[in-house]
Write a new protein. Structure first.
Lengths: 289, 258
């Protein structure tokens, strides 16, 4: 059998559609998914950058404040929480409020990447059934949309920094590698949950139930030091590390090497698992929609 | 030179209902076993894990050379649209091989990437991006497309305010704004008034003249005779006859009468 004859037809189509030569064939367990991710990145970046914005704009079309409602509603939520929680747990507003706000901003991004990761393919079923294009488009679109929302929420960061005089340090810049890691996890979640949810429609509600519970179990409203007996709950919670790599830089601190290590290891492991699953079932997804 | 080659292509659609799709059901069926169905044409089957599937294409062999304009005829549900989608690369076949050489443009029905909240212009841009155009390419074609739709001031209104005919115009105008070597068309032009249909037909003819290969699935004999050089008659997921348009139509009518 020559090299050409075991090329799966579906692997040939996209670049031909774009009128491009197809690159050399890769053959390893994650190859199909990796090709999809690469083609989606290379040929369709303009597309998903545009639809990510459209998603936000259309939600707030006809509203005066537009996307800033995202910021306002999160701000109101944080204000309400601190109003109740500060006296309840007797915390110091100067340390607790930024901790809560930044943790919550990070949580918003991460938890939405999980819950929307479930819908990446389901929500785009009609397009997927009509057009041959890399499926990674819809994953990138979702991650990009939540990055835009995150950027809007950073306005709260600015307000709090000004109000509490927390001047940013060089460590604040660590939020960038933090965001990159979170986005890679977002892509993995899209590949993993998007594929599973297309096939099994009970998974989205299961996932949102779990995420809701994890909000309480992850140190966002509380600090790990406040409940020393529950150390394990924190250490074995993957969300803890993802929140920390965003929250600590926003607080002007550098996360420890341990946190970076676990977060990176998790990212790599998650990406490989998701990629293998996505590659295996990528061609079936359209049949499941 | 464009070419399309299908060898022994089989496509089966798994049919999930809300029950067989759920995890609970799947766990249960491991214990209780599923059900078996049958149908006269033998296209539905139940596999070992008790999933029902329909064979939409059954060992299709088809070679389309450059310069061929082929029409697919057959009753509803014989696999015409599925065949177009396999050529378009949307469905990867369960078995067999598909080799397509050439850039594809398609009009497969439905509204591609249409967002009702966005204006006509924004929708054109969105769909252009889906079709693989860059923003600059879209900007270059925008006025042509807008003009072709004849929507006037409506082009800046949200898409949800459009009538069915206006939507059809927009669909058609953008889908046919790209040059391609292989053109796939499913059914006629849907809603759209007489003047638009004339205009659309002219554009289709131009596209047909420019494209190396055209594959049309249609029930319109006028369209078949006008655009196609060859026709394929499909029944139950198979191509049962391939030949000149007249011969194939004769066979088709005979089968309808039977």
């Amino acid at each position: 059998m020559d090299a050409q004859s075991d090329v799966r037809p579906e692997a040939v189509a996209p670049e031909q559609r774009a009128g491009l030569r197809h690159p050399r064939e890769w053959t390893f367990p994650g190859a199909a998914g990796l090709r999809d991710l690469w083609l989606g990145w290379r040929d369709y970046r303009e597309l998903w950058l545009a639809i990510g914005w459209y998603d936000i704009r259309k939600r707030y079309r006809r509203s005066v404040l537009g996307p800033f409602w995202i910021t306002i509603s999160l701000g109101a939520f944080i204000a309400g929480l601190s109003f109740i929680y500060l006296p309840l747990i007797g915390a110091n507003a100067n340390t607790y409020l930024p901790y809560l706000a930044f943790g919550f901003i990070a949580w918003q991004l991460i938890s939405h990447l999980v819950t929307d990761g479930c819908n990446v393919f389901i929500a785009n079923a009609s397009i997927i059934q009509q057009l041959r294009a890399p499926l990674s488009i819809y994953i990138y679109q979702t991650v990009w949309r939540h990055l835009i929302i995150f950027a809007h929420n950073l306005l709260i960061y600015v307000v709090i920094v000004l109000a509490f005089g927390l001047w940013p340090s060089l460590d604040t810049l660590l939020v960038i590698p933090g965001l990159i890691l979170v986005c890679i996890n977002g892509v993995s979640l899209g590949m993993l949950l998007g594929t599973l949810c297309a096939r099994f429609r009970d998974i989205p509600p299961i996932v949102s139930t779990i995420v809701q519970m994890l909000f309480l179990l992850t140190p966002i409203l509380w600090h790990p030091d406040q409940i020393p007996g529950r150390k394990m709950l924190v250490l074995f919670n993957p969300f803890y590390y993802l929140v920390e790599i965003l929250r600590q830089p926003l607080q002007g601190q550098a996360p420890s090497l341990f946190i970076w290590g676990v977060a990176s290891g998790m990212t790599v492991f998650g990406f490989i698992v998701a990629l293998i699953l996505f590659s295996r079932f990528r061609n079936r997804i359209v049949y499941w929609l | 030179m464009a070419s399309v080659q299908l060898a022994n292509v089989t496509v089966s659609f798994p049919i999930y209902d809300s029950r067989s799709r759920s995890l609970k059901r799947r766990a249960m069926s491991m214990v209780t076993g599923g059900r078996v169905r049958s149908d006269p044409a033998g296209r539905m089957s139940t596999n070992t894990s008790h999933r029902v599937s329909i064979r939409a294409l059954d060992r299709i062999d088809l070679t389309i050379e450059h310069g061929t304009r082929i029409g697919l005829v057959g009753r509803n549900g014989v696999g015409k649209s599925t065949l177009l989608r396999v050529i378009a690369g949307i469905y990867a076949p369960d078995a067999g091989k598909v080799e397509v050489d050439g850039k594809i443009a398609s009009l497969l029905g439905g509204s591609l990437g249409v967002d009702p909240e966005l204006s006509g212009r924004e929708n054109i841009e969105l769909r252009g991006l889906f079709l693989g155009l860059s923003k600059t390419e879209i900007a270059q074609r925008m006025e042509d497309v807008v003009e072709f739709t004849e929507l006037g001031a409506f082009i800046d209104m949200p898409f949800r305010a459009y009538s069915a005919g206006m939507r059809a115009r927009l669909d058609f105008a953008i889908s046919t704004a790209i040059e391609a070597e292989i053109f796939l068309l499913d059914e006629g032009l849907g809603a759209g008034d007489a003047s638009f249909i004339d205009k659309a037909n002219q554009r289709l003819e131009r596209l047909a003249a420019a494209a190396g290969i055209i594959v049309v699935a249609t029930h319109s004999e006028a369209l078949l005779r006008k655009t196609c050089t060859t026709a394929a008659f499909m029944e139950a997921g198979r191509i049962v006859a391939l030949g000149s348009v007249d011969e194939v139509l004769k066979l088709y009518h005979a089968s309808l009468a039977a």
